[in-house]
Design a protein around this ligand. Structure first.
Ligand code: TYD
Length: 131
């Protein structure tokens, strides 16, 4: 997948509530090496604001809502994530920013690589040039 795209996971519901699961390779297009989550984001704060040279991610808003702005340098898109069974896949070399976190939102991110600062592009101008 070369474009950002929404993924829908199975939701299993019964009288005890709902359950959603993710299993590679059935539900995410890369082997998950790292998981991190973002929470207690103060009103008005943003996260992300970078691109990865090689890392791919899947962003899931487990609770509340968040807006994810993405661009490949040409096409700009904005996705609102507000369901724990819907996710946004972000391919390599995609600029992303997470905005408009609702109160008490919890956002989980699956990543294809171990943490590597070298893989980040923090400057939008450098991202454009790199593209
Ligand atoms: P940062 O990249 O600024 O977070 P975000 O993408 O949400 O804006 O990361 C914040 C800090 O956490 C920074 O010092 C790097 C560190 N960090 C790790 O050590 N491991 C990780 O897996 C991540 C995502 C961040």
């Amino acid at each position: 997948m070369s474009r950002p795209s929404l993924l829908n996971f199975n939701k299993i519901s019964d009288e005890r509530g709902n359950l959603t699961y993710i299993q590679f390779p059935d539900h995410v297009p890369f082997k998950i090496k790292r998981v991190y989550w973002i929470y207690d984001v103060p009103s008005g704060q943003t996260r992300g604001g970078h691109a990865f040279k090689t890392q791919k991610e899947v962003i899931i808003c487990l609770s509340g809502s968040v807006e994810v702005y993405v661009t490949d340098g040409k096409i700009e898109e904005s996705y609102t994530l507000n369901r724990p069974f819907t996710a946004l896949y972000i391919p390599t070399m995609t600029w992303r920013q997470l905005r408009n976190f609702s109160t008490n939102s919890v956002v989980m991110i699956l990543n294809s690589s171990y943490y590597n600062e070298e893989d980040y592009i923090h400057e939008y101008d450098m991202f454009s040039t790199y593209k």
